[in-house]
Design a protein around this ligand. Structure first.
Ligand code: FE2
Length: 493
């Protein structure tokens, strides 16, 4: 009998550090550094995170880092960042600075290989086309793979400085938002405008969109500089960039579908969080089934790195892999509070691994009526144009939404709300909703809660947003939940 190695996959030094523990076919732990440090998108590991991993999953036999740092350094040299090339801090030294990790053997795997493995080895199929799209990892920005059984074969790679992700991030910055962080706001903003600058951008910024390539005329890593300062409507820019990104992805997927003999698609990398593009991709009918690991961005690469090294599928048991609050919420109390106060916090079980609150660290609200959105926004202080997401009983989703897939357990794809006038808080201006469907196996507590809310109201749906105060990461432990309750006045169960 072989003894299974305990692998600690780590991603850090990008924009959102993570740590995942895999042994054999099981994912024992996976969490974001930010949830422990309280610093949103914290790029560094911290002791509380490492200690939680040790306590939950035991000590590591091997550490796997999600990138080959020397390749990243060479890119710094090429892009003229000489100081970073010569003196930039090393992520491996950072990992070694934690006493409990200092003497553990450490290996590195490629960044896109980690994204591909994180997607493919958690997928519910053993044969798939795998597409990775992100800002940049080492030199790679877009890659296509064929995954079969335990093997991932790379078919195509697009290299820096040509990058769909950097292109999208540069416009995120141009629209007054934070690049590498607020791309999802640009996506939401796109629905408010018309893509009137599509031609101009394609002519002046993009060199080629001939699939599978995406080539740029300028290095978007440095932003857009003084490009057309007279174009001041962020909604029009956002709509134009979103339209181009969707067209590029559709062209790429059509190219992939012709070359990979599989009807299954795995999509990974930060771009796979673009749920609007995902809807369009699914509706194109190029593939029959789609799998996106719920944390496809760089924090999720902690898991991807461990899986790339292990090079075999794991049992996917859901995204609830982080800190364990180990308590059973009073569901009758939640429903009663929803009916009297309009909203309630739900914090129980293990924290979600990924950017979405999926019922274990959620702020829930009654989605019916006109005033809900404003009231939730008093707590969340978000841009007023952004919609909230609904969570709905899986067996009743078709009565309320036109979804391009039978279910959407991780809020990765938009659908159309059939009654936007009844549920304005969970619908965008274009009628879209980023739906989460829930069945019993997926999250028994959340499922039972929805059932009870339905018994009382006839409505099988709640508004579901992350349990956090603006600018802070999601609630992680009991102390965070108390702070949230104290600062917002919302009861957390
Ligand atoms: Fe990445």
């Amino acid at each position: 009998m072989t003894v299974e190695e305990t692998l600690y996959g780590i991603s850090c030094f990008g924009h959102d550090a993570g740590l995942a523990v895999v042994r054999g076919q099981r994912i024992l732990f996976a969490a974001h550094a930010e949830r422990y440090s309280g610093l949103k998108n914290d790029p560094l590991l911290n002791e509380a995170l490492v200690l939680d991993a040790l306590r939950t999953a035991g000590p590591p036999d091997r550490i796997v880092f999600h990138e080959r740092p020397w390749r990243t350094r060479l890119r710094h040299l090429r892009s003229g960042r000489l100081r970073e090339f010569l003196t930039g801090p090393s992520p491996l030294d950072h990992i070694r600075s934690f006493e409990m990790l200092a003497d553990v053997p450490l290996v590195t795997v490629g960044h896109h290989q980690s994204h591909a493995a994180g997607g493919f080895f958690t997928a519910p199929f053993d044969d798939a086309a795998v597409v990775v799209a992100d800002g940049i990892g080492e030199w790679d920005t877009l890659s296509v793979w064929h995954g079969r059984n335990n093997r991932l074969k790379r078919l195509f790679v697009q290299r820096y400085p040509h990058s769909l992700g950097l292109f999208y991030s540069a416009f995120t910055q141009r629209c007054g938002l934070k690049p590498n962080e607020e791309e999802f706001i640009l996506m939401a903003m796109a629905a408010l405008g018309q893509p009137r600058h599509r031609e101009l951008i394609l002519r002046e910024i993009v060199r080629s969109t001939l699939p599978p390539h995406f080539r740029l005329r300028r290095n978007m890593h440095r932003g857009l500089g003084g490009w057309h300062p007279e174009l001041t409507e962020p909604e029009t820019l956002a709509a134009s960039v979103q339209e181009i990104a969707e067209e590029v992805l559709l062209g790429l997927m059509a190219w992939v579908a012709k070359r990979v003999p599989s009807r299954n698609l795995v999509f990974s990398g930060g771009f796979a969080l673009n749920c609007v593009a995902n809807e369009r991709m699914v509706r194109s009918g190029l593939f029959d089934r789609l799998w996106i690991m719920p944390n496809p961005g760089d924090a999720g690469n902690a898991l991807g790195a461990a899986l790339a090294h292990g090079a075999r599928p794991v049992r996917w048991e859901g995204p609830y892999l982080g800190y364990d609050l180990n308590r059973d919420p009073d569901l009758d109390g939640v429903v009663a509070t929803l009916l009297t106060d309009g909203m309630a916090g739900l914090a129980h079980g293990r924290a979600e691994f990924g950017p979405r609150a999926l019922g274990n660290r959620s702020l829930l609200a009654d989605p019916r009526g006109q005033s809900v959105k404003d009231r939730v926004n008093e707590i969340k202080r978000r841009e007023p144009f952004r919609p909230f997401a609904p969570v709905v009983l899986a067996e009743r989703v078709a009565e309320f939404f036109d979804l391009p897939l039978p279910s959407s357990p991780y809020m990765q794809i938009t659908g159309r709300c059939l009654y936007p006038h009844l549920f304005p808080a969970i619908c965008h201006v274009d009628g879209s909703s980023r739906v989460q469907t829930v069945d019993h196996a997926q999250n028994p507590t959340l499922y039972r809660l929805l059932k009870r809310f339905q018994e009382r109201t006839g409505c099988p749906m709640l508004l579901n947003t992350s349990l956090n105060i603006k600018g802070k990461p999601m609630v992680n432990d009991g102390a965070d939940a108390q702070t949230f309750q104290r600062e917002t006045g919302v009861t957390v169960f």
